[in-house]
Structure formats: structure tokens, C-alpha cells
Design a protein around this ligand. Sequence first.
Ligand SMILES: Nc1ncnc2c1ncn2[C@@H]1O[C@H](COP(=O)(O)OP(=O)(O)O)[C@@H](O)[C@H]1O
Ligand SMILES: [Mg+2]
Length: 362
Amino acid sequence: MKNPFTPTFGIVPMVLAGRRELLHHMHNAFERGIGDPNLSSILIGPRGTGKTALLSCIGTEAKKCGWICVDTVAMEGMLEDIIQQSLRAAEEFLTPKSDKKLSGVNVGGVLGLTWVQQVKEESNWRIRMSGILDELKKKDIGLLITVDEVRVDVPEMIQLASFYQLFVRENAKISLVLAGLPGQVHQMLTHKEVSFLRRARQHVLDRISDREIREAFRKTVEIEAKFFSSEALDMAVNASGGFAYMMQLVGYFIWEESGASEVISETCAAEGIRQAQIDFQNGVLDSTWRELSKGDRAFLIAMLPDPKYSTLTAVAKRMGKTSGYASTYKSRLLLSGVIEEQSGETFAYAIPSLRDYIDKVR
Ligand SMILES: Nc1ncnc2c1ncn2[C@@H]1O[C@H](COP(=O)(O)OP(=O)(O)O)[C@@H](O)[C@H]1O
Ligand SMILES: [Mg+2]
């Protein structure tokens, strides 16, 4: 029996927990086309919340609605890559399946050889891209560009955002979906040259509900005809803390523990969870902690005495600072997705087992 869990970054899981509403909105946007606000979207979440997987799923929705999809990561060379990928995707889309062989040798067969040649020779990126978009629009095909791991220090990322604004103004059938860490996205949105993106829909990938995690656990093991005992399932859901990557880790190790038996017991769950926590610490918590400043850490340590929720006044007092001083760190930590605000004035750790981790390393 093959382990159906995928604790690997960037992989679309066998069963997606939650995120249905977002995918539904995106599907509608591709269906409606030009003018739908969700066509310009940003996915925001800390490492392991499922941004990359979701970008792939959004691409799948786009294709279902007759769009072509180009996936990139924010880095030098991304603009040229977008042109090349768009041409290839358009060619594949427009070539009947039976002609697949032909399309390999005959780039420009369907789009028209002279036209493709022209696109290749034009010097200016924007004009070349406009040409592609015009050609696609004539055939009522939309183009989705996804950009993962957005970073403001990549000049081409900023250029893409500005060009995108022009394409939208020209009424092109285009969509831009970005994904990034909260801090990076925030920095990008405050960049003066991309003010347009501030109007993009921001989708914060927060905690997946326990109910959705439970359902995904159940369905994932069912693929290989296994079942959780109800106690084991409760334990697995609890240990996941609504966090996509943690859910995969927990599932993976519990599955390994369960061996050939059809029912997953509490004992397997306990041992699997223990191993998942070690892995999570190495993969996520260590790197998160390393990226934090001294002040950020002091703030997080000052939250420890609170059983679950903290208030700014209490944390500031423990830090021996004013609320004004502490609130700077609160904002920073909210932005990087390390803490999350509850309704009202309280906040809590947003990453599973972060509390135990901080208690150990402080
Ligand atoms: N909605 C989800 N339900 C269950 N597992 C998910 C979900 N989204 C992502 N995953 C899994 O979580 C892990 C992290 O996902 P990934 O998309 O790489 O996160 P990010 O890009 O935010 O760091 C991967 O193992 C992936 O298979
Ligand atoms: Mg990712």
C-alpha cells in the first residue's frame, strides 16, 4: 500500500483540505472573464500553508474554463519565460490532440508561422506580449500568469505588475495570480510602482478548519482502503493545527506506523505525531525562528505565560516596554504570519507547536 500523504513542498495533495470557496471564486472569475475582480489575486500565507499547491489548483480551474496557464517564480528571466511558455501553451491548446506530434516540430503551425516569427523578433517585451494576448483573445482564450514566491527585490516582478496593469487597461483576457509570504507581499504592495496591485484581491491562507482537515484525513486514507479509529482521527486533527504541511506530515508518519493494518489505531497516531513534530521543527520552526529579529523573539517569548490568547498590554508589561513599543512587533509578527489575531484585542501563535518550540529554545 502506497503512502497517500505528500509532505513535500509544492505538491498538490491527493485530497485538498478546505480552500473550496476560494477555488470556486476563481472558477467563476475564469468563467466570467474580463472584469472579474478575482482575476487579479494574491495568495498570502506563511511557509507550508499551501500557496504553491493552490496556485496549481487555480491553474487547473483556469484550464477547465478554456484558459491557458503559465507558471513562474519571481526571479530574473521570468518575463522572457512568460513569453516562451505562453507561445508553447497556446500552441498546445490550439493543436488538436491527434496532431500532437506535428506541433513539436511545427511551432507556429496553428498560430501562424509569420506571426510567431514576428513575436520572436519584436524587441519590446510589452509589444510582444500584447501581440500574443491579441491573438489569444481573437480565439477567446484567456491567459493566466501565476507567480510564486513573490519578492519585491526582483525588478522583473515589479515590471510584470506594471505591464499587467496596461494589459488590463487594454481589455486583454488576462489574469495574474501571485503567491508569497506575508512580509514579502506587504513590501511589494507598498512599492510605489505597483500601486495597481493594491486593488488585487488578497486571499489570506489562514488556518484550515478542523472539520475540513478531518474530512481530508479520512478521504486520503480511504484511497488506500484504510480507516482511522475515531480517537486516532481526533489526535491527528489536533496535531495538524489547521496547517496544510503539518497535516501531510502527521498523515505520512501515522500511515507509516500503521503498517499493513486496515484500521489506524491511537498508538500509531501517537507515534506518528511524535515523528511529525520532529520533522516540522526541522522543516518549518527552525527556519521561522532564525528569520525573526531579537525584538520579535522577545515578543513571542513574552506571550508564553498566556494559556492561549494574549493581550498587548500583558505582553508589553512582561517585556518591560510600553504598549506602543510592543505594538510594532505585534504588527510585524502578524504580517509574517507567526501570530494571528483573534476577534477583539487578543492574538495567539499561528503555527502549530510553536509554543512548545519557543519554550524549548528560548
Ligand atoms: N489544502 C491542502 N490540504 C492538504 N494538504 C495541503 C493543502 N495545501 C497544501 N498541502 C500540502 O502542504 C504542503 C505544503 O504546501 P505548499 O503548497 O508547498 O505550501 P507553501 O507554498 O505555502 O509553502 C505540501 O505537502 C502540500 O501537499
Ligand atoms: Mg511554496
